[in-house]
Design a protein around this ligand. Structure first.
Ligand SMILES: Cc1ncc(COP(=O)(O)O)c(C=O)c1O
Length: 472
């Protein structure tokens, strides 16, 4: 009997059959079943996904900002194909050119921007790179406790979970003795100490943090010898899963002064906000501070053959203090990943993202602000570059409305919207402390026409959800 082609195998099953199989054989422990509406996608191009019926979905989340440079990006795909045909596999104990050049490009960029020398260590996923950052901090400071933010997300391996705020992610896995101390993030719209709902920022959360260092009885430092119990503060410069929250521009500069005084390292987690999501290569560049460690992943390879990594200041990662074997993973600097990463860095050098992304972001945000004026249930819109947020509320514009948010997302995934003259879907991601925030991360190549279309599709889904609200 002749062997079946892959196409024949796929074509033989329709969505219903595949979903039946999925319900029987796939673990539901990942995030697929967060949504009621389950789609099976078959193709991707630019900012669009296509399901098995060929319906087009405009994607406003781009694999949680891993595919910043668009699906099937020709130049990046070519780099991958070329590498497949030359050096597709290589154990990471041996060297290859792309790894060395990529580490150099990242280190040189950081040295130019922040004036600090350092080195790069690669790994595979974001959480694994976070683990490496934790190792570097522990090795350098000898300290296990860390500070991290409420609303922060750093991944789901055990050590990354320990510095991720959500208790839901920890509750089934026993006691986390290394659980971080979680500090309120400067979330203006829901400031815990604001006098006015939805507005104030007098940096009172920062003042409360600074106060912790005044007396040993506030539990973090011995003022007699200035020994702080905490090794580092893990920071998302723009909080990602927490709801694309942009902090006040002076916040991190002030925070860093306190950390420096007490020798607490500053780790910038750029896994979701790096690679021009906010209009700069690193989102921390907006805030006028020099980080000790930068962690990156996701869009480094545009979602192709994943790699991640950390950059650390020389004194934290030099061969004298971080010698061979300090950390390792089989696939850490795989050549397909490093080739894609290098192609991404080259593409960035040849692009105008510094100018384009803030311009497109401002255009998108203005459209969202106009929408907000029409609908009281849109409590807040904001953004930095093309990291944008829409916070859905009750009619009072403040009480979180998770049901409405879920309804809009599911309507988008049904693929039956009509804006723009043909049947389409809309792919949205939900984040936020109350799961009521759309975290928008479109392709950095999104055009003004596509932004207009995205806003029309969103409004149509919103109107449908509002008209159904009583039966939700
Ligand atoms: C800021 C941040 N850190 C860490 C991670 C974990 O990365 P990964 O899912 O690749 O392990 C994520 C993933 O969404 C993230 O957004």
């Amino acid at each position: 009997m002749p062997e079946k082609t892959i196409e024949q195998n796929i074509e033989q099953m329709n969505d219903k059959q595949l979903l039946e199989m999925e319900s029987k054989y796939c673990s539901w422990g990942d995030t697929v079943h967060y949504a009621k509406q389950l789609n099976i996608f078959r193709e991707a191009e630019g900012i669009y996904l296509y399901d098995t019926k060929g319906t087009e979905y405009l994607d406003l989340q781009m694999w949680y900002s891993a595919a910043n440079f668009g699906y099937k990006n020709k130049r990046l795909n070519e780099a991958l194909k070329k590498q497949i045909d030359t050096l597709p596999q290589l154990a990471c104990q041996y060297l290859h050119e792309e790894k060395i050049k990529l580490a150099a490009k990242i280190s040189q960029d950081i040295e130019k921007k922040f004036g600090v020398k350092g080195r790069v260590h690669f790994n595979v996923g974001g959480a694994q790179a976070i683990e490496d950052a934790i190792k570097v901090v522990r090795n350098h400071t000898g300290k296990i406790p860390m500070f991290a933010f409420m609303g922060g997300y750093h991944g789901r391996t055990l050590a990354a979970t320990a510095i991720t705020s959500s208790f839901r992610y920890r509750e089934h896995y026993g006691h986390f003795s290394d659980r971080a101390s979680f500090i309120p993030y400067p979330y203006r719209f829901r400031c815990t100490s604001a006098k006015n709902k939805g507005s104030c920022c007098d940096l009172s959360c920062l003042k409360s943090f600074e106060k912790l260092f005044e007396s040993e009885y506030y539990s973090v430092v011995n003022p007699k010898n200035n020994n702080c119990e905490f090794g580092a503060f893990f920071v998302e410069p723009v909080q990602a899963t927490g709801g694309y929250i942009v902090p006040p521009m002076n916040y991190f500069k002030e925070l860093k002064k306190t950390l420096d005084k007490h020798h607490v390292l500053f780790v910038a987690d750029e896994i979701q906000m790096g690679f021009y999501r906010t209009g700069k290569l690193w989102s921390i560049e907006h805030f006028d501070v020099v980080p000790d460690i930068i962690v990156f992943g996701k869009a480094l390879t545009n979602g192709l053959n994943p790699i991640s990594g950390i950059w650390a200041r020389e004194e934290l990662i030099s061969p004298e203090v971080f010698p061979p074997g300090m950390t390792h993973s089989t696939f850490s600097s795989n050549p397909l990943g490093t080739a894609c990463g290098l192609a991404v860095m080259d593409l960035i050098e040849d692009s105008n993202f510094d100018i384009d992304v803030p311009q497109k972001g401002a255009y998108f945000l203005k459209k969202l602000q106009t929408l907000q004026k029409k609908y009281p249930c849109i409590g807040n819109v904001d953004g930095l570059g093309l990291a944008l947020r829409i916070e859905m509320c009750e009619k009072d514009g403040f009480t979180p409305n998770r049901a409405l948010t879920d309804a809009i997302m599911n309507i988008g995934l049904r693929g039956e919207l009509k804006a723009g003259g043909k049947k389409r879907g809309l792919v949205l991601d939900i984040g936020g402390y109350y799961k009521n925030v759309f975290t928008l991360a479109p392709s950095l190549y999104i055009t003004e026409e596509e932004i207009d279309l995205a806003v029309m599709l969103f409004e149509e889904a919103l109107q449908k959800a509002l008209s159904n609200e009583k039966i939700l």
